[in-house]
Write a protein that binds this ligand. Structure first.
Ligand SMILES: NC(=O)c1ccc[n+]([C@@H]2O[C@H](COP(=O)([O-])OP(=O)(O)OC[C@H]3O[C@@H](n4cnc5c(N)ncnc54)[C@H](O)[C@@H]3O)[C@@H](O)[C@H]2O)c1
Length: 472
């Protein structure tokens, strides 16, 4: 056996045993990652999940995993949708599953079964008759939970990012293809109003050929990451240690990747990534440790560089730029910039702007575009979504669309290839940074499917009949 081949097989073995006990299966060895890419690139897909329509499900029975800051909001949103049954609630901490029960109680909905403990999610997946597992756990658990769900005949919807390693990206792809179960990453930012407007405008050719796009996750989470009562066991701060790259690429990338038809006409080819040093987190830990010895464990650690900038080139010669900064004291931004041969759009810094020449459209002209080019999905549920809430409504539009597609047997807007491609920026940006920003190939998770896969459907054709309980 060639030494590389042996190393690759060892890595896979380590990965799967780590998964079996619910630990992150990090591939530490960059050589093994290359082997992994070569291995899968040379194999045929088992089935093409892009455009896949699963059998219709009249009542979508959901089990939720992870009921911390994010999960209960999802339970609340889903409780507005007719055609949904919330059957099971699971969190490592039993009191969190019990607390989420109140959301159902308030709406007069039947009680859900509660699961808890480190491995309660496995028991829930094994025992309950569920159609969809909705995952809001810490990042390293997304892939094992989604894979387990699919292997047990359930569709999986996971919070972002879907995976932290290339190995896990491929595991998701392989499992979804093998089981023919959907694996959707819950990239809610794809459903925001301006993002949807510009996606529809791109589709109508209003920006001409897109040449370049930019996205970001710039959000000052320094205080929350260092708050003992924030993320459970401070998992999110810990992810920032010994990792140097873009840890959270998908909010910025998802919407621009859809505009660029990534995996559906074009694909990401390679990237280069550069990070600053850390000027924030180490100091924050030191400052806090002066008055609270609890923080000593966070002093002198190898923190992620604060600003990461990653540039991606596509196979058709376009570029995407992504930034990640969750420590600097500056306003929130996902940028969402599109630059084409005929027009330009940008969302952040505020205000939203569009131009087809040198001058920005005036507010009334922009409003007219919203009236004429907002896609049917947003027209259909946008107003209700604003009332239900969740990041201004985009979370509900995503949830409603997911359920409407499952109920009507329609392909989902985001498939497993999107989940894998958008998430793989996490390990690949790290790899590029570690190679002095050397270029790194991005795998084709569609294994050739990108040349003929259809763009995301912006109509409501075949669906739109999922009703919403009255919203005050
Ligand atoms: N899309 C968005 O806009 C958005 C916004 C916020 C958070 N998120 C994502 O949501 C996820 C959760 O984030 P959060 O802010 O709720 O974090 P959190 O720490 O508040 O919640 C995570 C929950 O998972 C539970 N958990 C941990 N291990 C578990 C296990 N083995 N079994 C069952 N439950 C377990 C924890 O007890 C906790 O309640 C993350 O992936 C985050 O990136 C997405």
């Amino acid at each position: 056996m060639k030494p590389n081949r042996r190393k690759f097989l060892q890595t896979l073995a380590i990965g799967s045993s780590a998964m079996a006990i619910g630990l992150p299966g990090f591939s530490k060895d960059p050589g093994a990652e290359e082997e992994l890419m070569d291995h899968y690139a040379g194999t045929a897909p088992k089935f093409n999940m892009c455009g896949y329509a699963a059998p219709k499900i009249d009542k979508v029975r959901i089990g939720f995993i992870g009921l911390g800051m994010r999960g209960p909001g999802a339970v609340g949103r889903m409780s507005f949708i007719e055609g949904v049954e919330i059957k099971a609630l699971c969190d490592k901490l039993p009191e969190r599953a019990t607390a989420a029960q109140k959301i159902l109680e308030k709406k007069g909905l039947p009680k859900a079964k509660e699961y808890s403990g480190e491995n309660g999610w496995k028991e829930m997946i094994e025992k309950e008759d569920l159609d969809l597992i909705y995952i809001c756990s810490p990042w390293h658990l997304h892939t094992p939970m989604a894979v387990y769900a699919m292997e047990h005949g359930k569709h999986a919807a996971t919070e972002v990012p879907a995976a932290l390693t290339l190995e896990d990206c491929w595991k998701l792809v392989e499992t979804s293809e093998k089981t023919r179960k959907h694996c959707m990453m819950l990239e809610n930012c794809c459903y925001d109003f301006f993002e949807m407007l510009t996606l529809n405008m791109v589709r109508q050719g209003m920006f001409g050929e897109l040449i370049h796009a930019e996205g970001a996750y710039i959000h000052d989470l320094l205080g929350l990451n260092f708050n003992k009562k924030g993320y459970e066991s401070m998992w999110r701060l810990k992810e920032n240690i010994d990792f140097n790259g873009n840890l959270y690429p998908t909010h910025g990338l998802g919407p621009i990747a859809q505009c660029m038809n990534i995996n559906r006409g074009d694909k990401m080819d390679y990237l280069v990534s550069v990070s600053t040093n850390d000027f924030m987190m180490g100091n924050e830990a030191k400052e806090r440790a002066k008055t609270d010895p609890f923080y000593n464990e966070f002093v002198g650690r190898n923190y992620r560089g604060n600003m990461n900038t990653t540039t991606i080139r596509t196979s058709k010669g376009k570029t995407l730029m992504l930034q990640h900064d969750v420590t600097s004291p500056r306003p929130y931004s996902r940028i969402h910039l599109l630059s084409g041969t005929k027009g330009f759009a940008s969302k952040w810094p505020d205000p939203e702007r569009i131009t087809f020449g040198e001058e920005w459209l005036k507010p009334d002209e922009l409003k007219k575009l919203y009236d004429t080019h907002t896609p049917p999905l947003i027209k259909h549920v946008g107003e209700i979504a604003k009332k239900v809430g969740g990041h201004g409504g985009m979370d509900f539009m995503m949830d409603w669309r997911l359920i409407d597609c499952l109920r009507n047997g329609l392909p989902l807007d985001q498939d497993v290839y999107d989940a894998a491609a958008w998430s793989c920026i996490v390990p690949l940006s790290k790899k590029s940074v570690s190679k002095r920003s050397g270029s790194v190939d991005i795998p084709d998770f569609t294994r050739g499917g990108w040349t003929s896969n259809k763009p995301v459907d912006l109509t409501l054709d075949g669906g739109g009949n999922t009703t919403v309980r009255s919203v005050k």
